[in-house]
Design a protein around this ligand. Sequence first.
Ligand code: HAM
Length: 421
Amino acid sequence: MKVQTPPLPKGTRDFYPVDMRVQNHIFNIWRRAALKYGYEEYEGPTFEHLELYTGKSGEEIVSQLYNFTDKGGRALALRPEMTPTLARLVIQKGAELRKPFKWFSIPRLFRYERAQKGRLREFFQLNLDIIGTESISAEADLISAICAMLLDFGLTENDFAIGISSRRLLAAFLESLEVADANLIYPILDKSLKMPAEDFEKELLNAGLNDEKAKKLKAFMNCRGIEEIKGLFEWQGFSELEELFELIKIAGYEKSVKLDLSVVRGLAYYTGIVFEVFDKAKNMRAIAGGGRYDNLTETLGGQRISGVGFGMGDVVLADLLREKNLLPQSNTDLPVFIASFKSDMKILFKTAGEFRKAGVACSHSLNAVKFSKQLEMANAANAKCVIFADGEKTKGEYFEYKILSTGEQGCLTWEKIKEKL
Ligand code: HAM
């Protein structure tokens, strides 16, 4: 009986070379932007002790864990996010790490969630975090970096928007309403934009608010600027929010940000500013999300060290870039293909060796096939030029060549040929 090949697991992806080229493009721009902003790269293991996540990250993410018991009986989980690992790294080195510091990572993450457009069970997520400062400048740095990298991808201010809110502001407003349990209200606010106004009100009443408080909360949620909110209640924290918008404006990205009180964020550890990045048409799931978490290290058994950061997944971003036609041509770009008139494998290996020693990427046929077949292979590999290893004039530093885009042929040193590519 013929064995059936098991299919690709649900919610995962294969990365054929054409997909890897897209992936590398995204990672390159992410990495370049993070380095340009002075973030240093770090990594951790893909699995951690289960208890690093349970109870600390918020209900949703915990219900989405891929967890297992290993052969030594340890309860482990594939990492669903990077922030708890980062907190563990920070706790372990404690005072040794000079703070504040800015780190980034591009982890592969796993979440057992319903696979759908923009949400998979295995994905990559750029993380930028700043540890050890309570200054609002950290939020401004992160949000500017998001804008800079999205523009680097070729997106414009018309393509994305960053909604900024503050857990502290929400908490203060709920306190002013004398709401008994704010934790019951957050999930409703989080969903507020996705449900009809009547349902929103119904849910608030179900959560124990009376008519008047529900109305006030609705008015609050409809505010589109800090000035408007100031008219609703008194609060010490407005100046910090104003400073954040001011710094983002000075960085040149004010058009990309707005106050958006419906941004609540599902994760339990956020304590201050929270933000989410959306495509402007709002057709897609969030491109990125983050915020300030001042108590995470303490919750995980360390000292209290404040942090702020965000995660940007590769899935929605790639969808958006594809929609806007901003993904690179998925061609290989091999500079050199080496061919032999005599289909002589020895001379192919010898010449290829010389080119590679000089740092030039090249390939050649591994079968002794006809010359015309070798040219076909060079075209299929999208090579920029073909070097004729045993051309009549090929000698010493000089190589017979053909530039594939123009058809130009000749005999020159590699230095000269390179100028033509
Ligand atoms: P998050 O909101 O869970 O936050 O994820 C951030 C981003 O990761 C999302 O906006 C989305 O782009 C991507 N993402 C999340 N889940 C999936 C999925 N199933 N498939 C594809 N992409 C997904 C966090 O993870 C926080 N730890 C971010 C953070 C870093 N906060 C502070 N520092």
